[in-house]
Write a protein that binds this ligand. Structure first.
Ligand SMILES: Nc1ncnc2c1ncn2[C@@H]1O[C@H](COP(=O)(O)OP(=O)(O)OP(=O)(O)O)[C@@H](O)[C@H]1O
Ligand SMILES: [Mg+2]
Length: 323
């Protein structure tokens, strides 16, 4: 649905996007993750035409964004809803009026029977039936974001762009908002792009993700691939917690278990087979959308490194020596 091909963007002297390429499939929930200042919001703004780019191309379906005039851009923008970290609701308007705002912007009567039906349906969908005439100041953060989501959907977009939509919310409320986005994706068939610096968000709902660092995509793939095979130190240090207090002596190896290989007692068996001992330094279960990965860090003596690595390969356990 979206193809980004070698897009570059410079603000004054600062090159913010350095040849970004990625593609988003129709009906997919796609994540863009990376550190603050990586260029995530800029990229999202290029996708919906709020920001121009210097070179490269962005295709929405088969339309080249760079070839569009203002009217063409406006029509593409109508097909995209957007939500932000700060909700951006108008304080003097109530929930209904805030949701109706894009209709007014497009010259539609928000009080027509058709509009009322649409808005009532959306209020229902986001679970705010009893807040129809509440003002934003009477709502919690999670509720405000629900209003913003309904507003983003009021013109029946095909694509929903989310810029740090859950960053201001606590973990429980975040889960609720992410479930709502999943429901919107499934029930309405809307493609969703989520920009975030929270790996938890990506793990919970994204089917694919791009890791953006300093204006470049370092890796694109399924979230579990990013986690298990980061390949780059930038990704590893960003995504993995808990490895900073590992022993300085010996060798630290991270093992990853998923549903296919977690039934065998690999570690204890390995100790017996190789007739040696390991310390277990760190362990965690990582929940991804459809699977659970366990990660375990063991510490061993340098002399055992080769035999352990061979053994793990033989048992088809994913592993990585941590530096
Ligand atoms: N309008 C602008 N004019 C000049 N520089 C800008 C402008 N917008 C963004 N930048 C710069 O571009 C870089 C990328 O900013 P961007 O907002 O895209 O990052 P981000 O990945 O979304 O970060 P965050 O996670 O903090 O939201 C930053 O160095 C920022 O200062
Ligand atoms: Mg941003």
């Amino acid at each position: 649905m979206i193809t980004i091909d070698n897009v570059r963007k410079t603000f004054q002297d600062l090159e913010v996007l350095k040849g970004v390429s990625l593609s988003v499939n129709e009906h997919e929930i796609y994540g863009i993750i990376g550190q603050s200042g990586a260029g995530k919001s800029t990229l999202l703004r290029c996708i919906n035409g709020l920001e121009s780019f210097d070179s490269g191309e962005i295709l929405v379906d088969n339309t080249h964004l760079s070839s569009l005039d203002r009217t063409g851009l406006r029509h593409i923008q109508k097909r995209m809803g957007m939500i932000f970290q700060g909700f951006n609701l108008l304080e003097r308007l109530d929930v209904y009026q805030n949701i109706a705002l894009p209709m007014k912007f497009w010259g539609k009567n928000p009080n027509s029977a058709e509009a009322r039906e649409k808005i009532t349906k959306l209020i229902d969908l986001v679970g705010l039936k009893d807040k129809l005439h509440a003002k934003p100041k009477e709502l919690s953060g999670g509720q405000k974001q629900r209003v913003a989501i309904a507003r983003a959907l009021v013109l029946d977009p095909e694509l929903l762009l989310c810029d740090e939509a859950t960053s201001a919310l606590d973990p429980e409320i975040t889960k609720g908002i992410l479930s709502l986005l999943q429901k919107i994706n499934k029930e309405l068939g809307i493609t969703i792009i989520i920009v975030t610096h929270q790996m938890e968000v990506v793990k919970q709902i994204c089917e694919r993700v791009a890791f953006l660092s300093d204006g470049s995509v370092l890796k694109e793939g399924r979230p579990e691939e990013l986690f298990i095979k980061p390949e780059r130190d930038e990704i590893r240090s960003f995504l993995r917690e808990g490895s900073e207090n590992l022993p300085a002596e010996g060798v630290n190896i991270a093992l990853f278990f998923n549903d296919d290989n977690n039934t065998e007692p690999v570690v204890t068996e390995m100790a017996r087979t190789l007739d040696t001992d390991f310390s277990i330094c760190w362990a965690k279960l990582e929940d991804f959308r459809t699977s659970v990965y366990g990660s375990l860090v063991i510490n061993l003596k340098e002399k055992d490194r080769e035999s352990v690595c061979d053994y793990l390969d033989k048992k088809k356990v994913l592993w990585e020596v941590l530096s």
